[in-house]
Design a protein around this ligand. Structure first.
Ligand SMILES: *Cc1c(COP(=O)(O)O)cnc(C)c1O
Length: 708
């Protein structure tokens, strides 16, 4: 026992466990109830578990042997003989990629993410780790975490701060060459903000996080990184300065001489000014040359075709905050301001970090092929004289980290049919073509196991919500276990149209309550805490579900997050995505569903525009868009209903074999896995970044760089 606790503790210290189900279950098996109460956080479990319980369970469920096995696996993982990264990106080993992002979604117990952007960043780090790509993540530590969604009796979203103990995270001070903890400071108007530099280990990857809880800071600056996306415009620009400028300084203080800065979204764009400032001051470089050099070594990824999704800081606010950087850059303030404006001479217009990032990066990309087209059009005015097709924004389509999102049972199925080592060759089509050899019955049965678990979770979650709200219990319990179950979970914003199916309630009634072919619908999703339009959409959907016609068939699950998402993706039969085309830059939740044997039903937008082949899921509409949004909405609703009524529902219920397996449906699942899994995983995404962006940027920049 004496040795067991330190060993368990050691396992908690690398977030590698977040994508190792066999390690997570060690902690779950110690105390199931505590595990869930502690947000699946192993460190909290260890801290709170009673010694007698630990001793008892250790013997009952063979913990010591499982811990030894896990520690050996971790050690082997951390000291590989060779990796894809060593052979393909070995040149960057001494000079890694610095990957900046405002949020990182790695696990529900580390609440420094809010949604898709963060989860993509988390998946990027994990895949870079698996592949052995030299990369360091840079972000902020939000010490108050994020808020949870709780509906009140008006079914209006309340944003409740979740109590969470930061001491239960495997964060350690990052140290310099002399073993000393590192702090950085950032000049803000009339003051200097400080941050301690902490780090957390994500497999082989270091994630550097800036922590404003230091004693030199006055309370206002401690609060600067209290919460993700909290506060007003002033707080936002100061957070972005902290991330960009502070992050670049932290790397330097740690002796990390990054080859390339990869800015995942524009929030961290100030890092580029700081990088240039340092070259100008430390190496007495010409300011314009320094800016060019920085651009050569920068990769910028843009994530949204929605105008309002890009920060715009009023000119006065930006000028006030850029004064100190401009001095350091030895450039007139107006010139620096101009770097964040489409037209630099348009004095008085807002400062946009996205524009700064585009101007100071030689390589920029969108996150799907269609989003590339849209982004080139959107930013064409930034490149006067260039035709739209020539605008230098390419694309790398997003992908998802398979081990994070895959159900254990699906993993076993893949191991037995694709080969035990299939996770080492996720990006090869021939790995996945072996899915054809799986019997339909086995695939179907596996899916039923996952579905049963997901439905149990959904019922429990709904019952808890109803009890809290004082709503009567639904009898019988909602969601027929044999019914086709379709999920819809995402951020609630108008362009994602969570209410599209509710435009014709009678038709929806006929669809879900069909006597022989019923349909369950599961909704989940949050609105940004400051977004009342999104909250009104949630209220609208949640209220409609109280209608006696829908109560048994349609539910809303509170608090969509990584855990809720994982459970939905794994057990749902089909996933619905019906945004206004072309506003969904990529979308990744559908990819997670596909890996788990679910089918994607989507508008031809984002990744689906390049993924759908006529047989590997379902497409709503043709991909044409009408200039009048109301007409388009009407058309899409009509197409969606027709698709569900005439194709999706019949395929699920018809053509069943003697043991009830729907032949065509399962064929389609196989087609979906075979054609999509190898392309839309995060290994493929990270390899694309390395081959097409990181390596060219590292090589292009190295000839001008001094030796480290
Ligand atoms: C994957 C994921 C997202 C992003 O999915 P979209 O399809 O882009 O909406 C958002 N939230 C959670 C919890 C996720 O797991």
């Amino acid at each position: 026992m004496d040795k067991l606790i330190p060993k368990l503790h050691k396992l908690t210290q690398n977030l590698w466990w977040t994508w190792k189900p066999e390690v997570r279950t060690i902690f779950r098996d110690l105390d199931l109830e505590l595990y869930h109460k502690a947000h699946q956080n192993p460190m909290s479990v260890l801290k709170q578990i009673q010694p007698e319980q630990l001793e008892q369970r250790a013997a009952d469920v063979d913990i010591p042997a499982r811990v030894d096995r896990a520690l050996r696996q971790l050690k082997e993982y951390l000291t590989p003989v060779t990796t894809w990264g060593l052979t393909h990106a070995g040149a960057m080993r001494s000079r890694p990629i610095a990957y900046f992002c405002m949020e990182f979604g790695i696990h529900e117990s580390l609440p420094i993410y809010s949604g898709g952007l963060g989860i993509l960043a988390g998946d990027h780090l994990k895949a870079a780790s698996d592949l052995g790509v030299p990369l360091v993540g840079v972000g902020l530590l939000y010490h108050e975490g994020y808020t949870s969604q709780v509906l009140n009796t008006d079914l209006w979203q309340q944003d409740v701060v979740e109590p969470f103990d930061i001491a239960d995270l495997p964060l350690v001070p990052a140290v310099d060459h002399y073993g000393q903890p590192v702090q950085v400071s950032v000049e803000l108007p009339g003051r200097i903000a400080h941050a301690a530099v902490l780090e957390v280990q994500v497999g082989r990857i270091r994630l550097i996080l800036l922590d404003t809880r230091v004693k030199q800071n006055d309370p206002k600056d401690v609060a600067l990184a209290a919460r993700l996306y909290g506060g007003d415009q002033r707080m936002r620009i100061e957070q972005e300065l902290l991330l960009g400028v502070g992050g670049a300084r932290a790397l330097r203080a740690l002796g990390i001489n990054a080859s390339v800065f990869h800015l995942n979204e524009g929030h961290s764009a100030f890092a580029l000014l700081e990088r240039a400032r340092h070259r100008i001051q430390a190496d007495e470089m010409d300011p314009h040359l320094a800016l060019q050099e920085v651009a050569a070594a920068t990769v910028f990824t843009t994530h949204t075709p929605v105008e309002a999704g890009h920060d715009r800081f009023p000119a006065d606010l930006a000028a006030e905050h850029l004064r100190s950087l401009a001095e350091g850059l030895k450039l007139p303030l107006e010139e620096v301001m101009g770097l964040g404006r489409v037209n630099p001479h348009d004095h008085g217009s807002a400062f946009m970090p996205t524009v700064l990032a585009l101007k100071l990066s030689r390589r920029a990309n969108a996150v799907s092929a269609l989003h590339g087209v849209v982004s080139r059009k959107m930013w064409n005015h930034l490149y006067p004289g260039l035709r739209e097709e020539a605008v230098p924004i390419g694309h790398v389509t997003n992908g998802v980290h398979l081990p994070t999102w895959l159900a254990t049972e699906m993993n076993h199925l893949y191991e037995s049919h694709l080969g035990v080592a299939y996770q080492g060759s996720l990006t090869r089509p021939d790995t996945w073509s072996k899915i054809e050899g799986v019997s339909s019955a086995e695939l179907w049965e596996t899916k039923q196991v996952l579905k049963a678990r997901t439905l149990r979770f959904i019922r429990k979650s709904c019952a808890d919500t109803r009890e809290r709200l004082g709503l009567p219990e639904i009898d019988p319990a909602p969601l027929d276990p044999d019914a086709l179950t379709i999920g819809f979970a995402r951020r609630f914003v108008p362009y994602k149209r969570p209410d599209l199916l509710f435009t014709d309630l009678d038709r929806l009634d006929r669809l879900v309550n069909h006597p022989d072919r019923p349909v369950n619908l599961v909704f989940s999703g949050r609105a940004h805490p400051a977004d009342n339009t999104g909250k009104a959409l949630i209220q609208k959907v949640a209220r409609l579900l109280e209608d006696p016609r829908f109560r048994h068939r349609i539910v809303f699950i509170e608090n969509y997050n990584i855990r809720v998402g994982r459970l939905l993706y794994q057990g749902i039969d089909a996933w619905l995505n019906n945004p206004q085309r072309p506003l969904e830059a990529c979308g990744t939740s559908g990819m997670k569903v596909v890996l788990n044997g679910g089918l994607h039903i989507s508008i031809r937008d984002g990744w689906w525009a390049e993924a759908y082949d006529g047989q590997n899921g379902f497409a709503i509409g043709t991909g044409e868009t009408h200039a009048n949004q109301a007409i388009q909405d009407q058309r899409d609703a009509e197409d969606l209903f027709r698709l569900l009524e005439e194709e999706v529902v019949p395929m699920y219920y018809e053509n069943r074999n003697s043991v009830g397996v729907p032949r065509c449906w399962v064929e389609r699942i196989k087609q979906s896995i075979r054609t999509l899994a190898w392309r839309f995983n995060a290994d493929r995404m990270v390899k694309d970044y390395v081959d097409h962006l990181y390596l060219p940027a590292a090589i292009g920049s190295s000839c001008q760089m001094p030796p480290p």
